[in-house]
Design a protein around this ligand. Structure first.
Ligand code: AMP
Ligand code: ZN
Length: 117
């Protein structure tokens, strides 16, 4: 997908704060973090939504997500975290390349999630 902004990040055509890379996934800092340490996890290959990611990639995605989340906790960016995924436009998906939001949380941080009103 030559016009996809996240594909361009994967290709190194757009700079990103890359945090972790595996065979199939990459994690980088969200450019508009809702909390310090807000990270996006995406498949390197272009898939539109969760529904398009192959089942056989599930274990790697889980392992990868857990590793990124653990490092956020280790770095004391949060004492907890949310994993949020917006799928398709009515649910608030803006970038049409599947991605998980990993959002560090702290007691009393006041964050509320409304992805689409
Ligand atoms: P969503 O609404 O789930 O599609 O979220 C898209 C997310 O991508 C938003 O949180 C944006 O801040 C983030 N985003 C958009 N462009 C970039 C970029 N070039 N680098 C990092 N994050 C981005
Ligand atoms: Zn893409």
């Amino acid at each position: 997908m030559s016009e996809c902004i996240f594909c361009k990040i994967v290709a190194g055509e757009i700079p990103a704060g890359v945090i972790r890379v595996s065979d199939r996934f990459i994690a980088f800092a969200d450019v508009k973090p809702v909390a310090p340490g807000h990270v996006l996890i995406i498949p390197k290959q272009h898939f539109g939504t969760l529904l398009d990611i192959p089942d056989s990639w599930g274990a790697e995605l889980l392992t990868f997500t857990k590793a990124v989340a653990s490092s956020l906790l280790d770095k004391k960016l949060g004492d907890g975290f949310n994993v949020v995924m917006n799928n398709l436009e009515p649910a608030g998906q803006v970038v049409p390349h599947a991605h998980l939001h990993l959002i560090p949380r702290k007691d009393g941080d006041g964050l509320r999630f409304v992805t689409k009103v």
